[in-house]
Design a protein around this ligand. Sequence first.
Ligand code: ATP
Ligand code: MG
Length: 371
Amino acid sequence: MNLLTLTAENYRNIPSARLSFSPGVNLLYGENAQGKTNALECIYLFARGKSYRGAGDENLVRFGEKGFRIGISFSSETGEQTLEYRYFDGSRKRLKNGAPVRLSEMIGHFRAVLFCPEHLSLVKGAPQERRAFLNIALSQCRPVYLKLCDDYNKILENRNCLLKEIQKGFRYDREELYSWTERLTDTAAEIAAYRIRYLKKLAPHAADLLSDLSGEKEKLALSYESEAEGETEEEIKTSYKRLFSEKIDREIAAGCTLFGAHRDDMEIRINDISARSFASQGQQRSVVLALKLAEGEVCRDETGEYPVFLFDDVMSELDATRRGYVLRETGGRQVILTACEFGGFDPGSVHAIGVSGGTFTERTGNGGKTL
Ligand code: ATP
Ligand code: MG
């Protein structure tokens, strides 16, 4: 899959731009605070459905304006396609090939893997970060998974409200609690089974990549960590049912749901030692890079083509071996990366675009062309 163009109007600090990308390595370079990350955020929005920086649409509008308009065109095995996202005065519109679509219909067509400095805390950060990694990776390969997570969050919110009311002594409707628990059990088991299956596909790729990156010194193992036992949906469901019935008093005392897909984690072990507790900074970088590249490999196994790789400001964090991995051309991988300087990149093999004050200038042999 290749990103062909990006257009943006009044998106963050970008007044108006149209960028073209090459199939290989593309570099957005410029000083700090010029719009490099804004451009990547904009591209990734079409893969994730929303800003990965957690910003609401109103924050994406250029200061002083009332709305923004962004669009991409990309080529995939199914041909050339376009996606557009418009936001104006509080209302949003998504278009796929010119026709309006819902969020769930937009996701899963343009697929991308993002790696940014914040992701370096994936190994040692809170379980929430590792769940988010699994959720985002899975929803791109399996768009139905996104709907499942939405359903789960709504059920969880309702069950938590009820548990809080019971805790405060306002009411105790056993039937209602039973019904929410049953729905939560079913959805939690389905999500956990999806994640376990995904990890089984991701783990061998990630292990191979880390082994290569570490000169075969490091053996990576990934596993799903949950209070519920089992691997299949049925086994997990049975385990959750038992947990919920045995520990309901604890949940009422806490006033919230203590078990489920929102409490699970991905365990990362290097040479059989917990990476969360013991990995060095270099090991964390290698593991995250291996996970991100492995995400791309699974995506290719599942969909038949590589996603677009977006690397924001991570080159300076990586040593020469790891940089080589990012830049290596492997059968049609498109990479779009950002850096503060052009120096260090081979002008012959990189499509370079300079970024300054929200405008983009293609680097050519004889000066620049504003895009
Ligand atoms: P760095 O190298 O420091 O990471 P960058 O080029 O990636 O820099 P961006 O994160 O893309 O920088 O941000 C560029 C500028 O966009 C920032 O100065 C920021 O204040 C500005 N900006 C963010 N949101 C908006 C907005 N809604 N309207 C106008 N400008 C904005
Ligand atoms: Mg940036």
